[in-house]
Design a protein around this ligand. Structure first.
Ligand SMILES: [Zn+2]
Length: 320
């Protein structure tokens, strides 16, 4: 269990030191020029404001001796330009990464003592930190098995009737070997022409595809090292005589995702769905069953805050 009264959750300086140790294991690195010859400056005064006519005190400012620019550990991260104390950021990251079904902005707002609007933005920035680096090998690399399935969630705006064709579509992949999950909001029709490219983007050619009996997977499956499926329409959930043929892993992932979306994020708009999927993918990929404890999972997200700020506004539904 993580101790939520640990200094990094209650004290901004302790939080900063925690982040510095994670990001700069060998000492500060200048984000502007990569220089390591740096000097720590005494506490600085920020810009004067109504609340702080003399300017708020800024600790943790470092000056680069090579390019002479100043920086802190949060420059160019999803925490940049935030007035929220760093210890509250770390607490928010801990809560979002350790709660199985997620944490609503309302809950964060009450727990952190920030406004609802601030809590909402914090949560979305933290989801940004959960985006994979992009240098992971495709799923199923090395002959692994990848389970793929579709699900429907929430209602597309402008449609008053709750019917399957008015719902958001999601395609998810789970790599059985690494335990990694990747989910994509999907706007096309379920055909091999629209689903095929999504799998091609995320899945290795030498992987084995595992699906249900849906027709489009039969064509898509030919592009991979193998394809097996169970016939859910005939109530076949595990192939008789071959216990490896099933899609129970991805069904389990959808179960967690749906419980979270219904219980915590029921007001999530379609335009934000892909961000919530990132969160569920992240927690699933780094779940305790994969040998990752709460503190480690939070650290992975905290390492992911760097290099993400610029893409913050760009996430949206991925069109097929
Ligand atoms: Zn520099």
């Amino acid at each position: 269990m993580t101790n939520l009264t640990a200094p990094r959750f209650t004290d901004a300086d302790a939080a900063r030191e925690h982040l510095e140790a994670l990001h700069w294991p060998n000492g500060p690195v200048c984000p502007h020029c990569g220089g390591v010859d740096v000097k720590r400056l005494p506490a600085q005064r920020g810009k004067p404001s109504k609340k702080n006519p003399e300017g708020a005190i800024r600790n943790g400012v470092i000056q680069c001796n090579a390019c002479r620019q100043q920086f802190t550990v949060t420059v160019n991260t999803v925490f940049s330009d935030s007035k929220v104390p760093l210890n509250k950021w770390l607490l928010a990251v801990h809560l979002l990464t350790s709660s199985k079904k997620g944490v609503s902005a309302h809950q964060l707002h009450r727990m952190l003592g920030v406004t609802y609007k601030t809590a909402w933005f914090m949560a979305h920035r933290i989801r940004e930190a959960m985006i994979p680096e992009g240098n992971e090998p495709p799923m199923g690399s090395g002959g692994g098995t990848v389970e793929v399935d579709e699900t429907f969630i929430g209602r597309v705006p402008g449609n008053s009737r709750m019917a399957i064709h008015n719902m958001n579509k999601v395609i998810s992949l789970v790599d059985r070997t690494t335990g990694r999950a990747t989910s994509v909001v999907f706007t096309g029709n379920f055909s091999h022409k629209s689903v095929g490219p999504i799998l091609a983007q995320h899945m290795a050619k030498d992987a084995k595809l595992m699906t249900d009996e849906a027709h489009h997977y039969k064509t898509i499956g030919a592009a991979y090292a193998g394809h097996d499926f169970v016939n859910h329409a005939k109530k076949e959930y595990v192939r008789k005589g071959d216990a490896t043929i099933h899609t129970n892993t991805i069904e389990g992932f959808f179960g967690i995702f749906k419980r979270g979306m219904r219980g915590i994020y029921q007001h999530c708009g379609s335009q934000h769905l892909q961000r919530y999927l990132r969160e569920f993918d992240f927690r699933y990929t780094y779940r305790s069953a994969n040998g990752i404890e709460d503190d480690q999972r939070a650290e992975i997200a905290l390492k992911g805050i760097a290099g993400k700020r610029l893409t913050y506004r760009r996430i949206g539904a991925v069109a097929a």
